[in-house]
Write a protein of this length. Sequence first.
Length: 212
Amino acid sequence: MERTFDHQLLREQLGRVSDETRFLTAIGEIDLQNDNDRNRATLGGRNVGFELYFSVQLTRWVLTLDPEASETLMLAARGQHICRWMIPREDYPRDRAGYLKWRSDLKKFHARKTASILEEVGYDQKTIQAVSDLNLKKNLKSDPDCQTMEDALCLVFLEKQFAAFKTKTDEEKMIGILKKSWAKMSDKGREAALALELGEAERRLVEKALAD
């Protein structure tokens, strides 16, 4: 596989990054690790690891919401779910506390792995810390980049994962998840969410969640 899974949106940003070669090397390393996911998806006619597919979708939404996205935000988006399959939900208790511990451990894991790659390719500690803060979702609501990341995560879920996820989740729980997602989104993110072309069943659930 090529070191970077390239697409037009990403290439359009290269004139604004601090070092094009370093940036593309970092993105390429993250992509290579994410392509090792045994869960597969089709991206641009190619069979790729699901987490690579996910990271490209997240990058696209970040750049749709913020065409002038910072270099740190683009790097954080690409590494937000890096190697997520290595910490499976099944390794934690199936209760609320187990879920929260899993999510907390995942964020720290993604931040560490992304930071390690950035350090290897020569990014300075200030940039690495800024990327880690985004991966850890620090300062949500006060940091515009963090809010953009949160909006993009919610939009990827609604657009690419919602339909399948709802078949494994009872309606009441699904509505609760949608409410929580909506509460975390900005007005701009919500506007984008309402413009999505959802299936009839998915649209009905969203309407129920918002009606409450």
